[in-house]
Design a protein around this ligand. Sequence first.
Ligand code: PEP
Length: 249
Amino acid sequence: MVAGNWKMNTTIPDGVALARAVLERCGAEGTVDVAVLPPFVHLWPVREVLAASSILLGAQDVFWEEGGAYTGEISPPMLAGWCDLVLVGHSERRHLFGETDAQTAHKFAAARRHGLMVILAVGETETERDEGRTVPVVDRQLEAVLAEIDAPPPADEWVIAYEPVWAIGTGRTASPAQAEEVCAHIRAAVSARAGESPRVLYGGSVTADNAAELFSRAGIDGGLIGGASLKPELFADIVAAAALAALAR
Ligand code: PEP
């Protein structure tokens, strides 16, 4: 899977144009699941652009309540049935907006109650890595979610994105070995706990230049792409790298 997180970028007309450009370049992709995650207000018009394609439509976040006095929030029932997936636990939610492991877990569980596929983002800060705490931090983030739900979703209905915080939007990509090591740990930890691991993506300054090497590593099943997802030609090159890596497996 290659998923493009547009974050808080583009106006609606620019987002629709970006969706058209992604459709033009990636619409025929048959090997890799391609997803775009526009801002909330773009979801419906982008859905209309992508309607006849297999490109998945995702939201960047979701709230855990069904409805009510939660100004500014979007609930799972508002998305279910027409939006394919939601991202929860992105490091910007955790670190800029103070979202806790428990809140991320509530979001995950609520999205699943409404049948939405979920991408769960996990990852350590630079200090946590320097202190040798990458594995315990990632384990804690995963465990918070697994403890909240009765049973893990089927492996094809959720995805884990390993995104070291220090690599997101910084141009400092994790080395393929670093990414592979943590993705392998996640896969093993989730398999031990849930029976079967979902796909594990790497995210953090993935570009058209480093994607092929990252995706060639065993256990990295694609990428969650921020900055490069705003440039359709770069995003398409990253999708092509994932397709080649998938064919080589
Ligand atoms: C992200 O937002 O999930 C991300 C990985 O961003 P970037 O590719 O810009 O580092």
